[in-house]
Design a protein around this ligand. Structure first.
Ligand code: ADP
Ligand code: 5GP
Length: 205
C-alpha cells in the first residue's frame, strides 16, 4: 500500500502543447499539484514568477545545485531548469500527487530513482511540421530560440518509447481527456490504494 502522494512526469518536445493540455487537466483533477520549477531563462510575456516558474539568475541556480536543492536539474535549449527537492518531497509526504513538467534528461534522472515510484507520460505532436507551426504560432520565441527547439525535437522524440504512456496531441480536447484518464487510472492501481483489509470478503456468501 502506498502512503505518499504519486509523482507524475510529463515531457514533450517544445511546442507540442504540454502546457496547454496540463492547464486543462489540472482544472478537472483534485489533489494534484504542479511543481513550479526554477529556471534561468527569461520570462515570456504573461508568465508569472512563482506561478509558471521561479525565475532566477544563473549564479543563484548554481548555488542551489551546490546545496543539493534540486531533485533533478538539466540544461535545456541553452538554459538551466531544476525541480525543487524540498518542495516536491514535502507535498508527496502530505499525500498530495505532484506533476513535474520536465525534459527528457530530467525524466531519466527521476525514473532511475526507484524510491520515487514515478509514472511518466510523453506528449507528442502529430508531426514535426505541426510542431513547427505551433512553435511559430505561439509567438513567444525568437527565430533563434525556435531553431534550437526544433533542432532538439528529434532527439527528444526518440526518448518517447522509454515513457510509460504516450499521448499524441492532435485534437486538444481528446489529448487532454487521454491524459486525465491516465492520471485517474494510475491513481486507481491497487498498490496505491488503501489496504484491501477494509473489503469484507464474506459479503454474498
Ligand atoms: P509546450 O508547453 O509543449 O511547449 P504549448 O502548450 O505552449 O506547448 O503549446 C504550443 C502552441 O500550440 C500554443 O500556441 C498552443 O495554443 C498550441 N496548441 C496546443 N495544443 C494544440 C492542438 N491540439 N492543436 C493546435 N494547437 C495547439
Ligand atoms: P520552456 O522554456 O518551454 O518553459 O521549457 C523548456 C523545456 O524545459 C521543456 O521541455 C520543459 O519540460 C523543461 N523543463 C521545465 N522545467 C524543468 C525542470 O525543472 N527540469 C528539467 N529537467 N526540465 C524542465
Amino acid at each position: 500500500m502506498k502512503t505518499t502522494g504519486q509523482l507524475f512526469i510529463l515531457s514533450a518536445p517544445s511546442g507540442a502543447g504540454k502546457t496547454t493540455i496540463l492547464k486543462k487537466v489540472m482544472q478537472k483533477i483534485v489533489k494534484l499539484e504542479f511543481s513550479v520549477s526554477h529556471t534561468t531563462r527569461e520570462p515570456r510575456k504573461g508568465e508569472k514568477n512563482g506561478v509558471d516558474y521561479h525565475f532566477v539568475p544563473v549564479e543563484e541556480f548554481k548555488g542551489m545545485i551546490d546545496e543539493g536543492l534540486f531533485l533533478e536539474w538539466a540544461e535545456v535549449h541553452g538554459n538551466f531548469y531544476g525541480t525543487s527537492r524540498p518542495a516536491v518531497l514535502e507535498q508527496l509526504k502530505k499525500g498530495i500527487d505532484i506533476i513535474l513538467d520536465i525534459d527528457v534528461q530530467g525524466a531519466a534522472i527521476i525514473t532511475e530513482d526507484a524510491s520515487l515510484d514515478s509514472v511518466s507520460i510523453f506528449v507528442a505532436p502529430p508531426s514535426l511540421a505541426e510542431l513547427e507551426r505551433r512553435l511559430r504560432g505561439r509567438g513567444t520565441d525568437s527565430e533563434e530560440t525556435i531553431r534550437i527547439r526544433l533542432g532538439n525535437a528529434g532527439k527528444e522524440m526518440a526518448a518517447a518509447e522509454k515513457y510509460d504512456y504516450l499521448v499524441i496531441n492532435d485534437e486538444l480536447d481528446e489529448a487532454a481527456e487521454t491524459l486525465r484518464a491516465v492520471l485517474i487510472a494510475e491513481r486507481s492501481r491497487s498498490h496505491r490504494l488503501p489496504s484491501g483489509e477494509a473489503i469484507d470478503l464474506e459479503v454474498g456468501r
